[in-house]
Design a protein around this ligand. Structure first.
Ligand code: ATP
Ligand code: MG
Length: 572
């Protein structure tokens, strides 16, 4: 490809809309352009990368025995009603009507569609197990679309669904996908961790997430040297034993005028924030007849994990919100002084750690009041569980050593669905005993466009993107320092042809521009190899620059060509 014929849409300045490296570089390198919030156009260079990422995923899925199909983004309401998700899914689901008033959504995921397909097409046990997948556009009306391709409202996902006749069969299908995902992310050169995960809106009995390690990731990974690793939403840690062994003291009301936050109260009472319990009131909006207030209690220095709360209540994430000042008054308490004693009509969830502590401080549920020496069991009760976030230094639930914390980008997730969709939707088979049984399902997603950004997060420097060779938009670029110079022009064109003849995807920079300008463009775009043809062209010498290492070598034309051809050959 000649550079003069390409759409090279590089930008010098950092676009104001972008904060993280991958977003900035995708825009600056001219790979994507924003259409509206969370929706992007892919320009030629970006699309080449996307296609390569997709093809690696496709090759590994095919090798694993999965069958590719393509389904529509447009999904009829009826199927979602059958699975029970039309009501449950919440405002992320983009819903619309056709001219006849039939209702539809744009698929955020495809469990319903694949379950429907298989129940219609597969009648015999002989066709099972089956794993079908697609690489297709998904829609989610995210509250905060951001970070470019990381969290879009339109994005590309590879989603696969497995259908088995038994739980053991599902285990094998799940293991197959787990191993396939490892091969995919290895081939994409990502540094990733596999963690235990919550099953969220998809549901099911077990799940893992694949997390690309990155400080800009939106997920917290809790892990231990023993191998335990979990997403924050799923992570557990052993309870701290702080204040577990004290003798119970007489409870005592104390005046705490205007002291509302944990920090203010502990300073005022001259104790540690750990001695105070944090009580937060939420509203469970899942019931049609009434809103149910829920008080969640954790140790003062801890933070609440709302997903754990949602799971304990068995409701969807969007069905939980913080209570208003008025709603707090209605349970007999006062904002800033909320505590579990003397309140009414409220479900109380107590973090296990907080329940074991003796002589703690809680809000007095009266203005300017707290209560000291409060003890769970004696002074208040509730449903005990883990509602706190695990933190760096907490105790590993498996081996007892200290846990560490790292940020990650969720690039993939796999789920054991069991019969969550097949039972209500009657996706069934006839077993050997003559009985009709629901198929046992798994589902497996990779965020293709998010994965593309994650590669950039792990492969970039101050000059731009450093694509690994197998996903780079082109393998190499030949840059004559002056295309006007006949000798350089001829040499560059020869090298270009030789590379093309050897199946190297190569660009010839035939633009009439300053060499520095050209070099900057290719470094920003992240082409792995640059052959610079300059003043020693007449001696048959060029420079080969490696984008990963930034090292330059003077080589003969033949040597430079051979280095690149050999590297490209080793990809296949
Ligand atoms: P998140 O927790 O980040 O919102 P999720 O758990 O809801 O993601 P899944 O339903 O597991 O997402 O979807 C499968 C994969 O699709 C995710 O692992 C992720 O890589 C990708 N993905 C999900 N939402 C988005 C999005 N808004 N933009 C880009 N990729 C996404
Ligand atoms: Mg997920």
């Amino acid at each position: 490809m000649k550079a003069s014929k390409m759409l090279i849409a590089t930008m010098k300045e950092t676009p104001t809309e972008a904060q993280i490296s991958s977003h900035i570089l995708l825009l600056r390198a001219g790979m994507i352009r924003k259409l509206v919030a969370g929706v992007y156009n892919y320009l030629p260079l970006g699309l080449r990368v996307l296609n390569k990422v997709e093809n690696i995923i496709r090759e590994e899925m095919d090798k694993a025995g999965a069958l590719e199909i393509l389904s529509s983004a447009m999904q009829p309401k009826e199927l979602w009603v059958e699975s029970g998700r039309w009501q449950k899914y919440g405002p992320e689901l983009m819903r619309f009507k056709d001219r006849k008033d039939n209702e539809f959504c744009l698929g955020p995921t495809h469990e319903e569609i694949f379950t429907d397909l298989v129940r219609n097409e597969v009648k015999s046990k002989k066709n099972l197990p089956l794993n079908i997948y697609q690489i297709q556009t998904k829609y989610r009306d995210e509250v905060r679309p951001r970070f470019g391709l990381m969290r879009g409202r339109e994005f590309i996902m590879k989603d696969a669904y497995s259908f088995d006749t038994s739980v053991e069969g599902l285990d094998a299908s799940y293991k197959n996908m787990y191993d396939t995902y490892c091969r995919i992310f290895d081939r994409l050169h990502l540094n990733y961790k596999i963690v235990l995960a919550d099953t969220g809106a998809i549901g099911g009995t077990g799940s893992h997430q694949f997390m690309a390690i990155s400080d800009v990731g939106e997920s917290d990974i809790i892990y231990c040297s023993c191998g335990y690793a979990a997403d924050q939403e799923k992570a557990s840690s052993l309870c701290d034993t702080y204040k577990n062994d004290e003798e119970m003291k007489e409870k005592e009301e104390v005046l705490t005028p205007n002291q509302k936050s944990i920090e203010e109260v502990s300073t005022f009472l001259n104790c540690s924030p750990k001695d105070v319990l944090k009580s937060i009131v939420y509203i469970d909006m899942s019931r049609e007849d009434k809103n149910v207030p829920v008080m969640v209690i954790v140790r003062g220095d801890r933070s609440i994990n709302e997903i754990k709360v949602v799971n304990a209540l068995n409701i969807a994430e969007h069905e939980l919100r913080l209570a208003t000042e008025k709603e707090i008054l209605e349970i007999g308490s006062v904002e800033g002084f909320v505590g579990p004693i003397g309140v009414k009509d409220v479900v109380i969830l107590v973090d296990e750690e907080a329940s074991k502590m003796k002589n703690v401080v809680v809000g007095g549920s009266k203005k300017d009041t707290h209560i000291r020496n409060v003890n769970y069991g004696r002074d208040f009760e509730g449903q005990i569980g883990q509602f706190r976030n695990a933190e760096e230094g907490d105790i590993c639930p498996v081996c007892g050593k200290k846990l560490s914390l790292e940020r990650g980008i969720e690039v993939g997730q796999i789920f054991k669905l069991g019969t969550k969709y097949s039972a209500p939707m009657h996706c069934e088979f006839q077993d050997d005993d003559g009985k009709v049984k629901p198929m046992v399902m798994g589902c497996y997603g990779i965020g293709v466009t998010r994965t593309m950004s994650s590669i950039i997060e792990q492969y970039h420097d101050e000059y731009g993107i450093k694509w690994p060779l197998n996903v780079a938009p082109y393998h190499a670029v030949v840059v004559p320092v002056s295309y006007q110079d006949e000798c350089q022009k001829e040499a560059a064109e020869n090298i270009y042809k030789q590379l093309m003849n050897n199946k190297v995807e190569v660009v010839l920079d035939d633009r009439n521009a300053k060499p520095g300008f050209k070099f900057k463009d290719w470094e920003l775009i992240g082409i792995p190899y640059m052959i610079i043809v300059g003043r020693r062209a007449n001696e048959g010498i060029c420079e080969l620059k490696n984008r990963q290492t930034l090292q330059k070598q003077e080589l003969t034309f033949e040597q430079a060509v051979k280095v690149i051809v050999d590297e490209v050959k080793s990809l296949s």
